[in-house]
Design a protein around this ligand. Structure first.
Ligand SMILES: [Fe+2]
Ligand SMILES: [Fe+2]
Length: 282
């Protein structure tokens, strides 16, 4: 079984996050950021520019005139969409989809990112992009565990899918730590903003009392988003039965009674966004 030391070694061996990816995450985390700032980062990175143009010219958008300039792509796609494309680009190569387990994880990550954005929009619109990134990356620890043959993570996932025992519990029983711990180590390695590190670290288990207010807020949004994705059955064999949305929300100041409505809004958004997200992540 992998120990904490083995995990530290695996994490250290992961490639560092590129400067572009770090800048993208930084800029999209700033609620006051505008399209111009992001455009500068895109223009500076040849591969990202090419990627953005490829998305803009894809059959999904099928522009009447081919898009050959980044500036025009930003106008055509809109700032919100460009932000997403850049966030996907920043996380590319991390969330791979070669097999069934990885595909299910990818689906779950997408579902959680949309859910996190929707929950944030209802509660704290300023941090919607931050929440989106948190949702996309929250289970990155699972990707790392999947890559360690001695961990035999597949068998653990099978138990999870067949018996519906919470995965983090199974992991703690077997390894002495869970994927949230691994994910936090990865986020530290990538020098992600502290608020993201904390949210990823605490998306299962107790929310520690010593988090700052913005760390607590993002963590709670992420936890609810994760529950939404599970309740929708995204990336699972069967939806997770949920009877008490108020208890699930666990947010003081969060409209507990409104949670069921926000869940419906999420489901609607998920159906709308799903195809667009595949294009953004291509
Ligand atoms: Fe998780
Ligand atoms: Fe999750």
């Amino acid at each position: 079984m992998p120990s904490v030391i083995d995990i530290a070694r695996e994490v250290k061996a992961l490639p560092a996050m590129s400067v572009t990816a770090q800048r993208v995450i930084e800029i999209t985390h700033n609620p006051r950021a505008n399209a111009a700032g992001l455009q500068d980062v895109i223009l500076y990175d040849q591969a990202l520019s090419t990627h953005l143009l490829r998305v803009a010219n894809s059959p999904f958008y099928s522009p009447r005139v081919p898009v050959t300039e980044v500036q025009r792509a930003v106008v055509l796609l809109g700032f919100e969409q460009v932000k997403k494309i850049c966030i996907f680009y920043a996380t590319k190569g991390i969330l791979k989809r070669p097999g069934l387990a990885e595909t299910l994880l990818w689906e779950h990550s997408l579902g959680t990112s949309i859910a996190a954005r929707v929950v944030a929009e209802h509660w704290q619109p300023d941090i919607a992009a931050q929440a989106f990134t948190a949702g996309l990356l929250h289970d990155v620890g699972k990707s790392v565990l999947m890559g360690i043959p001695e961990a035999d993570y597949e068998s653990l996932l099978r138990t999870f899918y067949n018996e519906s025992i919470p995965l983090a519990e199974l992991e703690r029983d077997r390894y002495g730590f869970d994927h949230a711990y691994v994910g936090a180590q990865v986020s530290l390695h990538w020098k992600l903003p502290q608020v993201l590190v904390k949210a990823i670290a605490h998306h299962h288990g107790e929310v520690p009392a010593d988090l700052t207010q913005d760390q607590t807020d993002l963590t709670r949004i992420l936890r609810l988003a994760n529950r939404f994705a599970h309740a929708a059955g995204i990336g699972r064999r069967e939806p997770l039965a949920t009877s008490d949305w108020g208890a699930v929300a666990e947010n003081p100041g969060f409209p507990g009674a409104a949670v069921a409505g926000i869940f419906d809004h999420f489901m609607h958004e998920y159906e709308q966004e799903r195809a667009r997200m595949d294009v953004a992540a291509m």
